[in-house]
Design a binder for this molecule. Structure first.
Ligand code: 5RP
Length: 220
């Protein structure tokens, strides 16, 4: 699949225009986009990054990382996804960067999502839905989501057996066993639970363009 990810990441360069400040997501597909962006870095002003991981990659290539508070609205945001439905609604957050990703998606006029074909589904939910939570609310949010959806919340652990800590200092719950027939409604309902920072459903603000990596890439 990494070849498909590379093809999707490189195709997204078509959407970059001279002088742009580009919003940049997180993950292995985005890593290919960043690599390609490095080759045309003289054409852009800089990037707004959704994670420490992507910031490091951008800086290593000599691309300036700018603060969203000083850039205002962005013309373009490029990011991957864990699942994508036919309406370009997404599950994101497999890389634990969902909150900053959501902020940049909201701040951008055009959201180009880059995926390989394995990410395409008819109904979202096979991929466990990530929810970023304030640490003290972890169990409360888990109980509320279990009651609300019947899905099974699992506290995400890192390889060393400790709870994953996001770039914002929070925890992640992954909700297993969902079949999300109304993603907009579920996104709002989960957002209402005190202690939820953000939910990895991108339904209210879905992608505008989806590029599925292949030879040639498919643009939806
Ligand atoms: C990170 C994300 C990523 O976009 C998502 O997990 C896809 O990652 P990859 O491109 O590595 O498959 O939402 O929070």
């Amino acid at each position: 699949m990494s070849e498909a990810k590379r093809l999707a990441g490189e195709k997204a360069i078509d959407y970059v225009e001279d002088g742009m400040i580009v919003g940049v997501g997180t993950g292995s597909t985005v890593a290919y986009f960043i690599e390609a962006l490095g080759r045309i870095k003289h054409r852009i002003q800089g990037a707004v990054s959704s994670s420490e991981q992507s910031s490091e990659r951008l800086r290593a290539l000599g691309i300036e990382v700018l603060d969203l508070n000083s850039t205002g609205t962005l013309s373009l945001y490029v990011d991957g996804a864990d699942e994508c439905d036919p309406h370009k609604r997404l599950i994101k957050g497999g890389g634990a960067a969902l909150t900053r990703e959501k902020i940049i998606a909201e701040a951008s006029r055009r959201f180009v999502c880059i995926v390989d074909s394995a990410k395409r589904v008819d109904v979202l939910g096979r991929f466990p839905l990530p929810v970023e939570v304030i640490p003290m609310a972890r169990s409360l949010v888990a109980r509320e989501i279990l009651g609300m959806t019947g899905g099974q919340p699992v506290w995400r652990q890192s390889e060393d057996g400790k709870g994953v800590v996001t770039d914002n200092g929070n925890a992640i719950l992954d909700i297993h066993g969902l079949s999300i027939v109304d993603p907009v409604a579920l996104e709002s309902a989960i957002n209402q639970i005190p202690g939820v920072v953000s939910v990895g459903l991108f339904a209210r603000r879905a992608a505008d363009v989806v590029i599925v990596g292949g030879e040639p890439p498919t643009v939806l």
